[in-house]
Design a protein around this ligand. Sequence first.
Ligand code: AMP
Length: 396
Amino acid sequence: MLNKKSVDDINVKGLRVLVRCDFNVPIQEGVITDENRLVAALPTIKKLIADGGKIILCSHLGKPKGTPNPKYSLAPVAVRLSELLGQEVKFAADDEVVGENAKAAVAAMNDGDVILLENTRYRKEEEKNIETFSQDLASICDVFVNDAFGTAHRAHCSNVGVTKFVETSVVGYLMQKEIDFLGNAVNNPVRPLVAILGGSKVSSKISVIENLLDKVDTLIIGGGMAYTFFKAKGQEIGTSLVEEDYIEFAQKMMDKAAEKGVNFLIPVDTVVAKEFKNDAESRVVEGSMEADEMGLDIGPKTVALFSDALKSAKTVVWNGPMGVFEMPNFAKGTEAIAKALSEIDAITIIGGGDSAAAVNILGYGDKMTHISTGGGASMEFLEGKELPGVVAANDK
Ligand code: AMP
């Protein structure tokens, strides 16, 4: 359990509550195309409304890099949040985020009102955690709530800096839920614990692999990163993704797994093509590929092998697709694993980012126990790192 004060430990009646959310959602031509992060933020907001606080929401959106830019305005989020909450969320348009307009909007609030500030990354200080912006944020609130799990691995003004200038800093329900699910899964799992890692690069997942090898009963590797392991085993991988500098690391991890008695599974067959495109002619290969072929998905024998290993699992953590899931013809392996997860009697946790997108796009989202709202944050948590956004909240 998370040893941090939460919204359940404070009384916000009549107080101005600044809530850092993660409203970094994809927006195309003013339309929010995936609102999971908005929905996930609702329980905390509703609780604070019910308690009679004056709720001031803030978040970043995309990368405006310290300059106001209408392309990254949070205005569409205020509109959709109003609909989801069934109550007006007033948008405090303000290029300075906490400028005259935002201050006036806060001053005019009644208990139970909700406003949303402009994108925190309009301010150049935000990502550098420079005090001037942290102080501005602190000046408009009495209490700070951090519910932005997706940003918890960063130390910015709006999630870490501000806590220095506000006496009471607590976490919200989403933050608690994310840490409880991910924390229990890796530190106190119902066993057997199986971790599935995929995606493109071994290099970006070194620490996750190292950390998880000490915790899991089975480690499954798929996706583009598997070919570096193939290479370590002496298999020819044609033009597949490979990180030559990590071949030795891959071998070391396989040796470590053997020493520790961890069941370490890599693909036994691969769907290969000569071109990186959806309609490229493909075939299934066991063992070495031809020099002009590249692996784009796991093959049917691998699906069977991985699915079989999942059958007895009681906890599963999955991060990274099994193939190039953005191309329907090479999404079959990822889909089969999502299906296998949906059919087992286990706690199933999906890391944020691409894995969450894949599971949702393929229609298995509601079959999982928990889909994280944080890509980078869930990865760093799986690496065993402390998240600065969480550390900054008051201890219980
Ligand atoms: P990552 O950002 O490292 O989690 O990787 C996610 C990306 O890995 C997705 O965009 C996938 O298309 C890509 N990917 C998965 N398998 C392969 C593969 N066999 N070859 C190339 N890219 C892959």
